[in-house]
Write a protein that binds this ligand. Structure first.
Ligand SMILES: *Cc1c(COP(=O)(O)O)cnc(C)c1O
Length: 393
């Protein structure tokens, strides 16, 4: 068995060796600023252009619709704040969901403090938004619909195509946070009716600190960073050339390996889920049983604390998460698990395991065996469990 079994790929991934290799020359010998005129600089510009083209192709978009940012959070902030500003004469109402990433939720709260109104749609017990509820939430002053492509905690994939149709029928721009989905499921922005899309390098085996916002031509949106003319004057600042080159490479590989890679991950993941649910008593799978990201498993184990489980898994060399990396450290249960209707005491006992292609079936078995052992140990010490056993004698 490997020393470390890394099952937290929804938090971040390792950059592929090919990605690092592609980036290296742009730190040193090819250091030119893409905005300069001499040929050294032109090499940097060409590398940025090539990455932009590869990313655009992956989404069936045009290169000039891809705007590089410093990551997924910036892309989400930009999409929401700048389109709110661009469309505020038309109205001040935004629709999103209760299960978005905090990069969207906290930006919505910020916009509320600036006088915008936000409707947070509920989701069902699998984490899927209700399209009827979406239609009913639309008002004449609705200026943006922002609904994530796939959830980062429970892996549920949203009915994006239907949402795109509804948005289009009402002439409302549709933004989707696809940070988790990009590279894991095929995305065609035209076929799906997506007007804006956020993605991030480090979630698909690229570098950290690089992302992009896709903005469909014709969508009005204000500049996010003011300064130079980079990114068609919409996002100033000298390009993160190394990051962009690495991101482009990561996307090329993610797209060309998608089918084989995700079907392997799905096989491992399904084995893991099947064994956990059948061998660990009082366990449940969170998220949609089939419409979910191929590498995501999310469980709740009654009568235990997710944090204790994580620490004991760590002692066995297993890296997991209790939800999103951003909420760990706080003792509040995940807003996503509460939104799918779980009571606090069950939501506290959650475990998210997100795989990658370097995991093996053997590792899955070791992980399940470890979970079984640790959950039993923790329950031994749990007064809640003792009560439960007494009542059910
Ligand atoms: C990770 C993540 C983000 C934030 O991306 P960063 O590049 O880390 O800023 C946003 N949305 C979702 C769904 C994510 O999983």
């Amino acid at each position: 068995m490997k020393q470390l079994i890394y099952l937290d790929n929804a938090a971040t991934t390792a950059a592929r060796p090919e990605v690092v290799e592609a980036m290296l020359p742009y730190f040193s010998e090819k250091y030119g600023n893409p905005s300069s005129v001499y040929s050294l600089a032109q090499e940097s510009k060409e590398a940025v252009d090539a990455a932009r083209a590869a990313i655009a192709e992956a989404l069936h978009a045009k290169p000039e619709e891809i705007y590089f940012t410093a990551g997924g959070s910036e892309a989400d902030n930009w999409a929401l704040v700048a389109s709110a500003e661009a469309y505020e004469k038309k109205g001040r109402h935004i629709i999103t969901t209760k299960i978005e990433h905090h990069a969207v939720l906290h930006t919505c709260q910020y916009l509320e403090s600036r006088g915008f109104e936000v409707t947070y749609l509920d989701v069902d017990e699998n984490g899927v938004v209700d399209l009827e509820e979406l239609k009913q939430a639309i008002r004449p002053d609705t200026i943006l619909i922002s609904i994530m492509f796939a959830n980062n905690e429970i892996g549920t994939i949203e009915p994006v195509e239907e949402i795109g149709k509804i948005a289009k029928a009402h002439g409302i721009p549709f933004h989707t946070d696809a940070v988790q989905a990009f590279g894991q499921v095929p995305i065609d922005v035209d076929a799906l009716g997506i007007d804006m899309l956020s993605a991030s390098g480090h979630k698909l085996n690229g570098p950290k600190g690089i992302g992009f916002l896709y903005i469909r031509r014709g969508i009005k949106i204000k500049s996010f960073i003011h300064g130079g003319a980079q990114e068609r004057k919409r996002r100033a600042g000298t390009e993160n050339v190394t990051g962009i080159v690495g991101f482009g490479k990561a996307v090329e590989i993610a797209v060309s390996t998608m089918e084989e890679r995700t079907s392997y991950e799905r096989r491992l993941r399904d084995h893991l889920i099947q064994r956990v649910l059948s061998e660990v008593p009082h366990s449940r799978l969170n998220g949609h049983p089939s419409d979910r990201l191929p590498a995501n498993a999310n469980f709740c184990f009654r009568f235990i604390e997710g944090e204790s489980l994580l620490m004991m898994l760590d002692m066995k060399g297993i890296c997991g998460s209790s939800g999103s990396a951003c909420t760990s450290g706080s003792l509040d249960p995940s807003h996503v698990l509460l939104a799918i209707g779980l009571p606090h005491e069950i939501a506290h006992g959650s475990l998210r395991l997100t795989l990658n292609e370097s995991n093996t079936m053997e590792e899955m078995d070791y992980v399940v065996d470890s979970i079984k052992e640790i959950v039993a140990q923790l329950r031994e010490m749990s007064p809640l469990y003792a009560d439960f056993v007494k009542k059910n004698k």
